[in-house]
Design a protein around this ligand. Structure first.
Ligand SMILES: C[S@@+](CC[C@H](N)C(=O)[O-])C[C@H]1O[C@@H](n2cnc3c(N)ncnc32)[C@H](O)[C@@H]1O
Length: 227
């Protein structure tokens, strides 16, 4: 895929939160039933919340930084706790400031720190690990999953938030599933909105224990894998 900015348009999803419509792919960045609703359900509730009770430091790897919504909701969840997040996120096509600065995720919040944090996430340098505050270390990596080489860092949680397999089959290939499996620590989790049979078979083939969970509003199922 390419991502020229004239292919990108902000639209409102069913819960009022913004998402991005990519005209080249004819695809949105989130569920049209509700962007925040989907991210909360799939990544925060089925992923992050499973680890918070037992882990003080949670390294997370994301496929597709996009609007920064998952990163921001992750911070929002742990901001007033002792949990520390190490967040590495891949994004080959970063959004420009005139787009991300218009997204409405923080608009109705009175908490200025949370509002500012959304912009901090976007303004953080690429390909460099930065401590944004005592709870959150960020590394945004301007690479495709296919190009990413495993280094020393391993993770407890993977947010697999690429475009759907019907739009971007290359990201869901078995070699990428094996790559993210080897990025995870033992007992680590992968969560995604995708519930395709072939994807779940590939997860099993890579070594994951696979669960099909109830999906976010408007979607029957989602998937969680455990290493
Ligand atoms: C479904 S959107 C979700 C993005 C983000 N998590 C969010 O909440 O906005 C998929 C994202 O994956 C990015 N992407 C496209 N090709 C990719 C690749 N080969 N590897 C990793 N990310 C990719 C897209 O640019 C887009 O930002």
């Amino acid at each position: 895929m390419e991502n020229s900015q004239n292919e990108i348009k902000i639209i409102a999803s069913g819960d009022g939160s913004h998402t991005i419509f990519h005209s080249g792919l004819n695809e949105t960045y989130h569920s049209m039933h509700g962007a925040v609703q989907e991210s909360e359900h799939v990544f925060i509730e089925a992923g992050l919340e499973q680890l918070i009770p037992t882990k003080k430091i949670i390294p997370i790897f994301e496929v597709g930084f996009g609007t920064g919504l998952n990163a921001w909701l992750t911070y929002k969840k742990i901001a007033s706790s002792d949990t520390k997040i190490i967040y590495h996120s891949l994004e080959p096509y970063p959004l420009k400031e005139d787009i991300y600065s218009q997204l409405n995720y923080t608009k109705n919040l009175s908490d200025k720190t949370l509002q500012d944090f959304f912009i901090q996430l976007h303004k953080a340098p690429w390909d460099e690990e930065v401590e944004l505050n005592r709870n959150f270390v960020l590394k945004k990596i301007k690479l495709k999953l296919e190009e990413y080489n495993i280094s020393g860092q391993h993770f407890d949680l993977i947010y697999y938030d690429a475009f759907a397999p019907s739009k971007q089959a290359e990201v869901w290939l078995p070699e990428n599933i094996k790559k993210v499996y080897s990025l995870l620590n033992k007992d680590g989790l992968i969560v995604t909105y995708c519930a395709r049979g072939q994807f779940k078979r590939d997860l099993k083939e890579a070594g994951f224990i696979v669960e099909t969970l109830i999906g976010p509003p408007g979607k029957k199922e989602m998937t969680r894998g455990k290493k």
